[in-house]
Design a binder for this molecule. Structure first.
Ligand code: KIV
Ligand code: ZN
Length: 385
């Protein structure tokens, strides 16, 4: 209702591409390292999920990374297979050697990166960016360029660098919020300003240092960005990247944007990546967390049992999840009756009241009540225990 009103002032693209970087930035999650085989299995699932591009590796960095890129290329996936490369010929060569069909090249542009990391001036950085894009295009490969730390780079210089790589033939421009310093309104402003001059598709790569990666990505799309970098479960360097499942579900259901993603696979890929990486999702994680479609308060359960939309913004089936009714001190009679029905247990009013009071008592003592607890309480009052 309210979204329809504000949407009129947005410059939403018809569709948004997803570049998944679970296998590259996601592997930069402290404590996470994946084997070649694990990366291949994740890439196969990402392809089934329908992401446009999979950033599979940073080929120059190790033989294992090169093997990943080569093996994933051989799978003939529908998704583009992308390798990361600094704006250096040897990095690009390493990626080309692995036969990737898409190279994402980057160089730091902010004053901090220029002075302390690269120790280079503005012109030198600009010409490295241009030379690298030209080199990639000379090999007939799709090129994406990121100005690392774009969101802390002087606007005029940033625009100059992006304009120069566009002239050099770049296919996609990416705006990394490398340390997650943007807020949604500043991201919206930056993308709107860049869109005035840049004609190739613009994407964003948002980090979650302030918990704003998804909001900033969406805000960029509102300003016309056509691509979002994201990772399954929001994995990534430090606090991570924009979570793919959250970005995708918001774009499809809040903005009405058409995407190629098979959303019903989101929960299973989230669980798969969690098992492989060992990074567990908090139960209250949006979309894929265990509690995303769990209802406890009596008022909520009553509402959901009448009409799920009362307390669910989307159906669990849409993302491959299941609805759960949880028993606790806030549980109402409707929830307990629904569960007893589910297990084919019939209680008279007196028996029901006994079970109801036991649940409330346990809940008040801070206990969680499982379905197994409920069944054994019911069997007790029926004298079957
Ligand atoms: O966060 C970042 O800036 C990156 C670059 C490689 C694009 O991951
Ligand atoms: Zn990053």
């Amino acid at each position: 209702m309210y979204i329809e009103t504000v949407k009129k002032n947005m410059k939403l693209p018809k569709t948004v591409r997803i570049l998944d970087t679970t296998l590259r930035d996601g592997e930069q999650t402290p404590g996470v390292a994946m084997t070649v085989d694990e990366k291949i299995r994740i890439a196969q699932r990402l392809d089934k999920l329908g992401v446009d591009t999979i950033e599979v590796a940073f080929p120059v960095s190790s033989p294992g990374e090169r093997e990943v890129a080569r093996e994933i290329h051989k799978l003939n996936l529908n998704s583009n297979v992308c390798g990361l490369a600094r704006a250096l010929k040897k990095d690009v060569d390493a990626a080309i050697d692995c036969d990737v069909d898409y190279i994402h090249t980057f160089i730091g542009t902010s004053p901090l990166h220029r002075k302390y990391k690269l120790k280079m001036g503005k012109e030198e950085i600009l010409s490295k960016a241009v030379d690298t894009v030209e080199y990639i295009k000379d090999h007939g490969i799709t090129a994406e360029f990121s100005a690392e730390d774009a969101t802390r780079t002087e606007f005029d210089y940033l625009k100059k660098v992006y304009g120069a790589v566009e002239d050099a033939g770049v296919d996609y421009i990416d705006v990394p919020d490398t340390v997650g310093v943007m807020i949604p309104s500043s991201m919206n402003y930056l993308i709107s300003e860049l869109k005035k001059d840049i004609k190739v598709p613009i994407g964003v790569h948002c980090h979650d240092d302030f918990g704003l990666a998804v909001a900033n990505s969406l805000s960029a799309v509102e300003a016309g960005a056509e691509q979002v970098h994201a990772t399954i479960n929001g994995l990534g360097e430090r606090a991570g990247n924009a979570s793919l499942e959250e970005v995708v579900m918001a774009l499809i259901t809040r903005y009405g944007i058409k995407m190629n993603i098979k959303t019903e696979l989101l929960v299973s890929i989230s669980e798969f990546v969690s098992r492989i990486t060992g990074v567990k999702m908090p139960p209250n994680k949006a979309i894929v967390g265990d509690n995303a479609f769990a209802h406890e308060a009596g008022i909520h359960v009553h509402g959901v049992l009448q009409k799920a939309e009362t307390y669910e913004p989307i159906t669990p089936e849409m993302v491959g999840h299941t609805r759960r009714i949880v028993l606790g001190k806030l549980t109402g009679a409707n929830a307990i009756k629904a569960k007893l029905d589910k297990y084919g247990i019939e209680l008279n009013d007196q028996q029901f009241e006994k079970v109801f009071n036991q649940i409330k008592g346990l809940g008040d003592r801070g206990k969680c009540i499982t379905d197994a607890d409920l069944k054994s309480m019911a069997e007790n009052v029926l004298g079957k225990a």
